[in-house]
Structure formats: structure tokens, C-alpha cells
Design a protein around this ligand. Structure first.
Ligand SMILES: [Zn+2]
Length: 83
């Protein structure tokens, strides 16, 4: 009986791994959503200004990229998060 459960768990893990691999494979054709192209418009979460990703100040906070118009806004955002 335990053997069946172990096999089922292994199949489930395999299924998730295959699904993840497929997603990464199909994602290669498109641009990476985590890294927008340089001329893509991004919004500064502090002052709500739109800037292009190429000129924005990028900060990775908790694995998520955030874009700011200046170091000043990036600093304010980090200060806000640490509060
Ligand atoms: Zn700003």
C-alpha cells in the first residue's frame, strides 16, 4: 500500500517538473516577463511616473524587480518597505 503512495507522489513531482520545464521552454520564445525590454514603459511605484526600463533605476526587492525614476525614489521605496 505504501508503495502506491510513494509512486503517486513521485509521479506528481515528475508532473510538476515536466510542467515547469515546458513553461520555461515556451517562455524562451517570448521576452522574459521579469526583464522587460529597454524601451518598455514601467511605472515608478513611488511617484507614479512612467519611465522606460532602459533608463529606470532597477532594484530587485524580494526577487521581484522594481523600477524607479531615480535613486531617490528607490531609496524612499526601500525605506517604506523596511518600516
Ligand atoms: Zn520617482
Amino acid at each position: 500500500m505504501y508503495r502506491i503512495i510513494i509512486i503517486l507522489v513521485l509521479l506528481l513531482i515528475l508532473f510538476f517538473m515536466v510542467r515547469k520545464a515546458f513553461r520555461e521552454f515556451w517562455g524562451k520564445g517570448k521576452s522574459d516577463p521579469a526583464l522587460p525590454s529597454k524601451d518598455m514603459m514601467v511605472q515608478d511605484p513611488v511617484c507614479k511616473t512612467y519611465i522606460t526600463a532602459g533608463t529606470a533605476v532597477m532594484e530587485k526587492i524580494g526577487g521581484q524587480p522594481y523600477y524607479f525614476c531615480s535613486d531617490d525614489c528607490a531609496g524612499k521605496f526601500k525605506e517604506y518597505l523596511s518600516r
